[in-house]
Design a protein around this ligand. Structure first.
Ligand code: ITT
Length: 186
């Protein structure tokens, strides 16, 4: 049986994110339970703002230590798009649409950002950010969720989807959660 030093509730509608967050935080002895609460996301130009507003509402509802995590994929050639609209863009045009927008463009640099926000009865919202630079692939590669089949992190020849479990060793989510875990469970 695993002994957990701390525990936290993760509010997300995304099962894939939950699985990755749980595995990473368990490595730090932090137990994570899933709260699939439906929190209305504010529309804002920065994902930090979105994450802070979301974690406040999540805390108001649950009244216990909670985290949320917000991600954004920004593509330089598209002036940072989809950025804070990553969720909407994925649901609408998806990876096929992004690849179409990038058709004929050779400058394919992009970055993925994760912002983890935590709030509890004794802590005002605090955020931790992770960023991974990379490029957008020319075609979808690998069997993965979200933008994983089209994002190639710097230093790798594989997309996040092709990396499978290795993704969580280097991902934007891993970097943000490393920061959170060291602060939460020093
Ligand atoms: P929440 O309920 O936690 O907000 P969500 O799926 O709406 O779940 P985000 O707004 O944080 O999550 O994510 C923005 C988009 O980026 C969304 O379409 C995700 O599928 C995608 N995404 C986030 N992290 C990703 C990752 O590690 N790999 C690939 N796609 C990712």
């Amino acid at each position: 049986m695993i002994e957990y030093a701390r525990r936290v509730s993760f509010v997300t509608s995304n099962e894939h994110k939950f699985r990755e967050v749980k595995a990473i935080l368990e490595g730090y002895g932090i137990y994570v339970d899933h709260s699939p609460l439906d929190i209305v996301e504010i529309q804002a130009s920065s994902i930090e703002e979105i994450a802070v507003a979301k974690v406040r509402s999540a805390y108001e509802r649950l009244r216990r230590g909670v985290i949320v995590e917000d991600d954004a994929l920004s593509i330089h050639a598209l002036k940072g798009f989809p950025g804070p609209y990553s969720s909407y863009v994925f649901r609408t045009i998806g990876n096929e649409g992004i690849l179409r927008l990038m058709y004929g463009i050779e400058e394919r640099s992009a970055y993925f950002i994760s912002v983890v926000a935590y709030c509890s009865d004794i802590v005002e919202p605090v955020t931790f950010t992770g960023r991974v630079d990379g490029t957008i692939a020319y075609t979808m590669r690998g069997d993965g969720w979200g933008y994983d089949p089209i994002f190639i992190p710097k230093g790798s020849s594989r997309t996040y989807a092709e990396m499978r479990d290795d993704k969580s060793r280097v991902s934007h989510r891993r970097l943000a959660l490393d920061g959170f875990a060291k602060w939460f469970n020093p």
